[in-house]
Design a protein around this ligand. Structure first.
Ligand SMILES: [Zn+2]
Ligand SMILES: [Zn+2]
Length: 136
């Protein structure tokens, strides 16, 4: 059965888009650039062909930053709330979609962690951590 489109949005809700499965890739990236860009231990990056992404609202609010000197590293973000938004990858026909901005779950699961050797020294695999339902 064909999977339904998956909506995505930023924190303030001004920017909305949807992607159509199947995904071209889904992985965690531990590189130092992704850590900076997300503020997190690793990015959760989904890849979909350009033809499978549709902007629904607020595209004009999205600003792009191409990292000087990088072949393809870029980030797009909502200028109202700073949330990372999808961006077209310079060297491929794919968009990179930050998985955390999706409003529903795709059927696919991440198939790997890349730049593992670059991971933050403080990174602890989450299986090793006690789990709490809310703030602690
Ligand atoms: Zn926003
Ligand atoms: Zn990365």
């Amino acid at each position: 059965m064909e999977q339904k489109s998956i909506a995505g949005s930023c924190l303030c809700g001004a920017v909305r888009f949807e992607i159509k499965p199947p995904l071209a890739g889904f992985r965690y990236c531990h590189c130092s650039r992704c850590r900076k860009a997300t503020g997190a231990a690793h990015a959760a990056n989904i890849f979909v062909p350009q033809s499978q992404l549709t902007w629904l609202a607020g595209e004009a609010l999205v600003r792009r930053f191409d990292l000087p000197g990088a072949k393809r590293f870029a980030v797009c973000f909502c200028t109202q709330c700073g949330t990372r938004m999808p961006h077209k990858i310079a060297t491929t026909e794919n968009y990179l979609v930050p998985a955390g901005c999706l409003d529903a779950s795709p059927e696919e699961r991440p198939d790997g962690s890349i730049f593992w050797g670059s991971r933050a020294q403080w990174y602890v695999e989450t299986q090793a951590l006690p789990k709490h339902e809310e703030y602690k």
